[in-house]
Design a binder for this molecule. Structure first.
Ligand code: XMP
Length: 326
């Protein structure tokens, strides 16, 4: 039978509605799990973060969060997850540094789909290994939201969501936000006191920076993606674009061009900046970035990020391009 959003659930747009939803869910979670333990893969994305915050309110340290750092996260993200959940919310959080594991497996792999596959598979393995070390887990919490249910019923979404979890983890599911749309999840997250940076963050693909480092991933080029992305985010924030533009990021392909640095020939990578707007991600338009802002971003990236001597702006809408380059 189709899993349909109950008619009694009114659209959540205000803090009062979010508070009521939170109270109801806390009650429902307590009833469902009792004093048993629940496991959650906490990526730091909006949905898993909101589920974590809800469960912490309901069952405290009986929620065990596992944050896998696969080395493909944005600058500061693993630190933010640990700070918000472990330090501020007192979560029972297991941080797994799997950076070497992922990067070793990805070394020399150039095919985008193979990269995605390796990242997804390895994520499941690491998570299952952590689960196997724990005693008494009875439930698995997931940040499923209503569009996930609709899209999987329509057969649209398969590759999205590295968080899609191991079939061998045969636990009963706890999915407190499964009837909510993204905007409602954000309102609930804010009402739960999560930082705006976490709740209103732009979409970020499961395979992370791995698909923004086209060609075989190397540690130095990955670092160039991470640093240039951090500069772009900082500048968009300052320019008031961070909440206005739907998705923006940098890409550093495995390609070098000739340039000049300190009066000497510099044969270095180029960095592509992409900023797009959309409502459905099926079609996207390009954000017309102000010329002076783009010059400033170019100046910063070419002078602050080792290995980059040139910045390009991608003017291609979807279609013909896709959002990501890989
Ligand atoms: P494309 O490149 O298909 O991207 O136009 C559409 C949206 O999906 C995101 N994206 C992914 N998300 N796993 C994900 O979880 C993936 O493999 C993946 N590939 C693309 C992309 O960032 C954009 O928001």
């Amino acid at each position: 039978m189709a899993d349909v959003r109950p008619e009694s659930l009114k659209r959540i747009t205000t803090k009062a509605q979010a508070d009521q939803f939170i109270d109801e869910q806390i009650k429902a979670i307590k009833e469902q799990v009792g004093d048993k333990k629940v496991l959650l893969a906490l990526s730091g994305g909006v949905d898993s973060s909101v589920v974590a915050a809800l469960l912490i309110k309901a069952i405290g340290t009986n929620l065990v969060c596992v944050h896998v750092n696969h080395g493909l996260l944005r600058k500061g993200e693993p630190e933010m997850v640990c700070k918000v959940f472990r330090d501020e919310l007192g979560a029972n959080l297991i941080y797994v540094d799997a950076v070497d594991r992922f990067l070793d497996l990805l070394a020399g792999v150039t095919d985008p789909e193979q990269k995605r596959h390796i990242i997804g598979e390895e994520f499941i393995k690491v998570f299952a290994e952590e689960a196997a070390k724990l005693d008494g887990i009875a439930f698995l919490a997931q940040g499923t939201i209503y569009p996930d249910i609709l899209e999987s019923e329509q057969g649209i979404k398969a590759h999205h969501n590295v968080g899609g979890l191991p079939p061998e983890l045969d636990f009963e599911l706890v999915e407190p936000v499964k009837y909510l749309y993204k905007d409602e999840v954000r309102v609930v997250g804010s009402a739960l006191g999560l930082p705006g940076k976490m709740v209103y963050r732009q979409p970020f693909p499961g395979p992370g920076l791995g698909v923004r480092c086209p060609g075989a991933i190397t540690r130095d080029r990955l670092e160039a993606v991470r640093e240039s992305d951090a500069i772009l985010r900082e500048e968009f924030e300052k320019a008031g674009l961070a909440d206005k533009v739907w998705q923006y990021f940098t890409v550093v392909p495995d390609f070098k061009s000739t340039g000049i640095k300190d009066g000497k020939r510099a044969f270095e990578w180029l960095c592509i900046v992409r900023a797009i707007n959309t409502t459905d991600v099926v079609k996207c338009t390009v954000e017309p970035i102000d010329y002076d802002l783009m010059c400033h971003i170019t100046e910063r990236i070419t002078h602050e990020v080792p290995g980059i001597n040139r910045v390009l702006y991608d003017y291609t809408p979807k279609p013909t391009a896709t959002v990501e380059l890989e």
